[in-house]
Design a protein around this ligand. Structure first.
Ligand code: MN
Ligand code: MN
Length: 462
């Protein structure tokens, strides 16, 4: 295609290939230490501070060149560099999300039957439930005790740790129970339960009936000081255990959990950290939570947090702050709604109309609209803005392509773009294309990851 086929690996010289591969090493490491939104924010703050960003709460005044961060309840992080121009002239926001599909423990998860102890889960985001059976799973999250103390838990990532697992039915006996079910129900929501123990406690107390459950709770109490009621005030997630890997003999692909959308989270974070010169306009890297469940909640994009920190920046930059300044700023702003798109797969080509489908290794995907059923639930970027982004990417020699989330009426989906656009921000969807999106092990091209990083860097400088 006119803008696509001459791109890709064919145009890459050896020195550039080295940069591309090296960049992915940092990416893989960060994925491994940031498997939940909370972990991503914690690691992100550490990295930001290392690169000279400071907590905005400690600033009374903000001036050109200042580097600050805003930490929204430990799940949503914002990094900003105050630009040369007045903030009300507009901000360049790169907005991605750092939550990923997973299984959350239920608030009362633990039980025992037939001397097997299980924990019940509730899935978060759009998953194919059968993907999650028979995988080694790790437990990540926090438990807040009655006294307010926060206990952090990560079990299943160290070689010496145990893992958790959802057992599945053997093919010998699945005929009547499972084989007839439709794919979304091969494994049903209530069947997503992890096995947590099998050894009964040897205690005299006749009142205690569930002795395996007792053993499990005793172990948790010894290691973390928690009691059963503490699960009520916990956020514990089950994610695939283990590290990101290279995939393929040529090592051109990163295989990992949570690349939707930490691939944009990491590249946009790295891009703002690596900015050498003060940008003309204020640059913001926005790492959101809750996208996978509809952007609700105070750490999601439908909250007013964007207004909150933007007005905080404006008022600290100009003492004569008024509400109009905020509205002008938002209406003058531009955003890259940075999220993944689908890469066409020759095995399942039929869901795409190939003339408009994105493919691996052809760079960042520019998506004018998402949505479903006749463009419902989408921002649909203005042609003028698409032209501006296209010009930027071409000028900076960034490899890009266009893409769609499947054929017309094949299905569809949305991003945070419409929530940004609603605030007046000119918004376009961009991001790399994945294979196996929303699976426990997603695939991304190293080439695309690098081009995505370059695109965000260029956009911050726009
Ligand atoms: Mn996403
Ligand atoms: Mn997603």
């Amino acid at each position: 295609m006119f803008y696509k086929k001459e791109n890709g690996w064919k145009g890459v010289v050896e020195a550039e290939k080295k940069n591309i591969f090296e960049f992915s090493e940092g990416y893989k490491k960060f994925l491994d230490i940031g498997k939940t939104e909370r972990e991503f924010v914690s690691r992100g703050v550490e990295l930001a501070e290392f690169f000279g960003f400071k907590n905005a709460a400690n600033f009374k005044e903000l001036k050109t060149g200042d580097k600050v961060y805003y930490n929204n309840r430990g799940k949503n992080l914002v990094l900003a560099i105050i630009g040369k121009k007045n903030i009300t002239e507009g901000i360049n926001y790169v907005v991605s999300h750092i939550d990923s599909p997973r299984l959350d423990l239920k608030q009362n998860p633990l039980y025992e039957e037939m001397e097997l102890s299980y924990m019940r889960t509730h899935y978060y985001g759009g998953i194919k439930k059968y993907h999650w059976a028979t995988l080694p799973l790790a437990m990540h999250g926090i438990v807040v005790l009655e006294n307010g103390k926060k206990v952090e838990i990560v079990i299943g990532e160290k070689e010496s740790d145990p893992v958790f697992n959802i057992p599945d039915l053997l093919p010998h006996l699945w005929g009547k129970t499972q084989a007839e079910r439709k794919a979304p129900e091969v494994l049903m929501g209530e069947e997503l339960q992890i096995i947590v123990g099998t050894i009964p406690a040897t205690i005299e107390n006749k009142e205690i009936k569930d002795l395996v459950k007792y053993t499990v709770m005793k172990k948790l109490n010894e290691d973390y000081g928690i009691v059963e009621e503490d699960f009520i005030s916990a956020e514990l997630q089950l994610v695939p255990a283990g590290k990101s890997r290279d995939v393929g003999l040529d090592r051109s692909i990163v295989g990992a959990y949570g690349q939707d959308d930490r691939i944009c989270g990491y590249t946009s974070l790295k891009a703002i950290l690596d900015l050498k010169d003060i940008p003309e306009k204020t640059a913001v890297c926005f790492l959101a939570d809750k996208e996978e469940t509809g952007s609700n909640g105070s750490t999601g994009l439908q909250s007013d947090y964007i207004e909150y920190f933007t007005s905080d920046m404006i008022s600290k930059n100009n003492e004569k702050y008024s509400d109009l300044d905020l509205r002008q700023c938002l209406w003058n702003s531009k955003a890259m709604s940075s999220d993944v798109n689908v890469a066409a797969d020759p095995i399942f080509k039929s869901v795409h109309e190939m003339q408009n489908a994105a493919e691996l290794n052809y760079g960042i995907v520019v998506t004018k609209y998402t949505g479903s059923r006749g463009k419902s639930g989408t921002n649909d970027a203005d042609a003028e803005y698409v032209a501006e982004i296209r010009t930027l990417l071409n000028r900076e020699n960034i490899r890009w392509q266009t893409g769609m989330l499947g054929k017309v009426d094949e299905g569809g989906g949305g991003t945070v773009a419409m929530f940004l656009a609603q605030k007046g921000i000119r918004t376009i969807d961009v991001g790399p294309a994945l294979l196996s999106m929303h699976a426990p092990f997603e695939l991304a091209s190293k080439f695309d990851i690098y081009e995505t990083y370059k695109a965000y860097k260029a956009f911050y400088n726009l």
